[in-house]
Design a protein around this ligand. Structure first.
Ligand code: ADP
Ligand code: MG
Length: 686
């Protein structure tokens, strides 16, 4: 048998189980072997029954001595099973297992059975209960006992119609049947000497905890290494593309900088120098510019654009929202028209319902600014030398490629404010060189952040009024998370009217994604000029918007937003010299929400927010999305295995440095590893 063996062709796997496996996305032997356990139970010996509740789940084994069903409120049911210790002592007390409205459990558990359970014991009155524990019924089949008991037992991500026991037995048998199948170890020597076959066996059925941890390390390294080889190969590919130098002498920059009302920060100077080096080289630039909200990335982008224009090339500047594109257009016109730079803007994109390209500006532009609409632009780029993508995290890798995959290759600068921990940068943006603006402009007013209960709104209103009377402006963020979420126009209008009354006589306007484009722009313009003082808005203003006099942001239902998004939103204030205030209104009293929002009260540093976000939420499967252009991880954890990711990256980078085409005998074997990774990415996207 080969590891590519399809499971539906194996007679010993019952048909319904094949279907259940398919629901988990498992179709081949290899899929099943890489369906890794999510945890393990040491079933050599079980602990005594607890006397007290506990916040960490525990694994126990006992006998069911009683079951009963309690009904309440019509169809609702509680199924209870009493579990007793096999060798009770004087202090032992039984444990009550409880399931609410789970009819199938009742059919599986009967008096006299032996059960293994896993869950948190909690005191309910005088009884010690375990609600919805994971459980497994012990069947006294001596032939199979060694698979399920007296060992470290794997517990899998399972699905309905496929019990732990059945899944475990199938994997056990499969491992035996595959004991002679070819299974290549695709790891360079410097990452370890283990082999894949024994690692796969040990990850499912470890002899002891040490061999489990060694096996896991081997498999995580293999996974990370494969991913880093894919990234390194993409990077090598872009470096052999035909590019050109797109760098003028720098006189335009000098003029531009002299006209600015502020001095660049040292960090801005440093990253401009880095970009300038890239622009001057024949190899196409692929650079990520990372800098927290408000760190001044636009000025850096403009400097890059000017260098390109001076060398005789066009530049494209893409932003994720129309509001931001319009803003960039206005800023560039203000700063660059005096220097004789010609500009135009393209906004409506095909994603919008009525496709209506909005074009304005010069017919023969040096810089074309726009939204996704630029992706469909075919004619206007006669001589594209530089592509700048603002708020890169709002675009997918495929979109970036669409704009930059032309011959000859333009230089590419992508910018993002989403501060992400380093392991993530070297993965998600691993094919890019990275520049970081790690310094904020001086003379920025402080941002104070405070979490308030919704019921305190009256006091908050008093505060807002004093700010308005002092001449400041306010954003009120309407709790609509996603623009694609159907906007209840009526609710928005009601809310808006309410705010107009509350803040009378100050002028409010409402802004959201469904407002037609020219109108949106006018609303923004009136706010920018100070004609309106309050902008009631959805998250359309999340990225990029820059109005220095707006110093207060009130976010309603703050608990509905993620930390990163709240930080981005908050980045709209604190952009001028005045002290700014971000008020997070929430009626959710849960511990999770309190902890999440407290992070923002404590820090305005985007990196710290990102780290805390990671701690609270975990990275999720950031990679397993079409956005990332990378395959999903099956075993590695970007956070806890960061060290292994660094090792994998170092190894991949050094292989490509020595052998960019993987032609050496010892490296040829990695070629199909990359092809296979590319395939997994593709299936991710489709
Ligand atoms: P972001 O990095 O979030 O895109 P912007 O480029 O929008 O930030 O810059 C935020 C504001 O700070 C803008 O109004 C910009 O003109 C201003 N700014 C940029 N660099 C400096 C600086 N060195 N000193 C003072 N203000 C600056
Ligand atoms: Mg910006």
């Amino acid at each position: 048998m080969e590891i590519s063996q399809r499971l539906d062709e194996l007679e010993w796997i019952p048909r319904p189980k094949v279907l259940a496996l398919r629901r988990l996305g498992i179709e081949t032997a290899e899929d099943l072997l890489t369906h890794y356990p999510r945890r393990y139970e040491d079933r050599h010996q079980f602990p005594e029954f607890p006397r007290d509740e506990s916040d960490t789940p525990i694994c126990l084994c006992g006998e069911v001595t009683k079951t009963r069903v309690l009904r309440f409120g019509g169809w609702k049911k509680i199924f209870e099973a009493t579990l007793e210790e096999p060798n009770p002592n004087a202090l032992s007390q039984p444990l009550t297992l409880r399931w609410f409205n789970l009819h199938y459990v009742q059919k599986m558990i009967a008096t006299g059975q032996q059960l293994v359970v896993f869950g948190k014991p909690k005191l309910r009155g005088k009884r010690l209960c375990m609600d919805h524990p994971e459980f497994e019924v012990i069947e006294n089949d001596p032939a199979e006992a060694g698979i399920h008991f007296r060992r470290i037992t794997p517990i899998y991500p399972a699905t309905e119609g496929l019990s732990q026991r059945v899944l475990r037995s199938i994997i056990y048998r499969l491992l035996n049947e595959l004991s002679d199948a070819p299974l290549e170890t695709l790891l360079p020597i410097e990452l370890g000497r283990g082999d894949r076959r024994s690692a796969i066996r040990a990850i499912h059925f470890p002899e002891d905890w040490e061999s489990l941890s060694a096996a896991r390390e081997h498999l995580v390294l293999s996974e990370f290494f494969a991913m880093q080889m894919l990234i390194a190969s993409r990077r090598a590919e872009s470096q052999v593309r035909v590019g050109a130098a797109h760098c003028g002498p720098g006189e335009l920059i000098e003029k531009f900088l002299r006209s600015l009302p502020f001095e660049l920060t040292d960090a801005q100077r440093r990253v401009i120098a880095e970009i300038r080096r890239d622009l001057g080289a024949n190899v196409p630039m692929n650079r990520l510019l990372q800098g927290d909200v408000g760190s001044g990335k636009t000025v850096v982008a403009i400097a890059a654009i000017l260098l390109g224009i001076e060398a005789g090339f066009q530049a494209a500047f893409m932003a994720p929202t129309q509001i931001l594109a319009e803003q960039h257009y206005a800023v560039l016109r203000r700063w660059l028209e005096p220097l004789g730079v010609r500009m135009s803007i393209r906004t409506a994109s095909r994603q919008e319902e009525n496709f209506l390209p909005l074009v304005a500006g010069d017919e023969n532009p040096d810089v074309i600014i726009g939204t996704h609409a630029l992706l469909y632009e075919t004619i206007s780029f006669s001589n594209l030398g530089l592509v700048v993508i603002d708020e890169q995290h709002k675009f997918g890798v495929a979109q970036r490629a669409r704009l930059t995959a032309r011959e000859p290759a333009p230089d590419v600068l992508v910018m993002t404010a989403t501060p992400i921990p380093r392991t993530l940068t070297m993965t998600i943006y691993g094919d890019l060189d990275v520049s970081v603006i790690d310094e904020m402009p001086r003379n920025r007013g402080k941002i104070i952040t405070a979490v308030r209960e919704e019921s305190k709104l009256v006091e908050v209103l008093g505060f807002l009024r004093t700010q308005l009377e002092g001449g400041r402006q306010i954003y009120v963020i309407y709790p609509l998370i996603d623009e694609s979420e159907k906007l209840d126009v009526k609710a928005a209008a009601t809310e808006y009217n309410l705010w107009r009354e509350r803040l009378h006589p100050f002028r409010c306007e409402l802004l959201h994604g469904r407002i037609p484009s020219p109108e949106k722009q006018e609303i923004m313009e009136r706010f920018r000029s100070g004609e309106t003082q309050v902008l009631i808005s959805t998250t359309v203003i999340e990225v990029g918007v820059d109005v220095a006099n707006a110093t207060v942001m009130l976010i309603e239902n703050a608990e509905r937003f993620g930390l990163a998004q709240l930080h981005q939103l908050r980045g709209r204030i604190g952009r001028g010299e005045h002290k700014s205030y971000c008020i997070l209104l929430s009626s959710d009293q849960s511990k999770e929400t309190a902890m999440k929002l407290a992070v923002l009260e404590k820090t305005v540093d985007g990196f710290k927010v990102a780290e805390a976000d990671w701690d609270l939420r975990g990275p999720g499967d950031l990679l397993g999305t079409a956005q990332s252009g990378l395959p999903a991880l099956k075993i590695g954890n970007l956070k806890s295995d960061a060290q292994l990711m660094r090792r994998a990256r170092t190894a991949a980078v050094s292989i490509f440095a020595r052998d960019p085409r993987l032609e050496l005998a010892e490296n040829q074997r990695f070629q199909h590893l990359i092809v296979e990774q590319e395939g997994r990415t593709f299936s991710n996207v489709s």
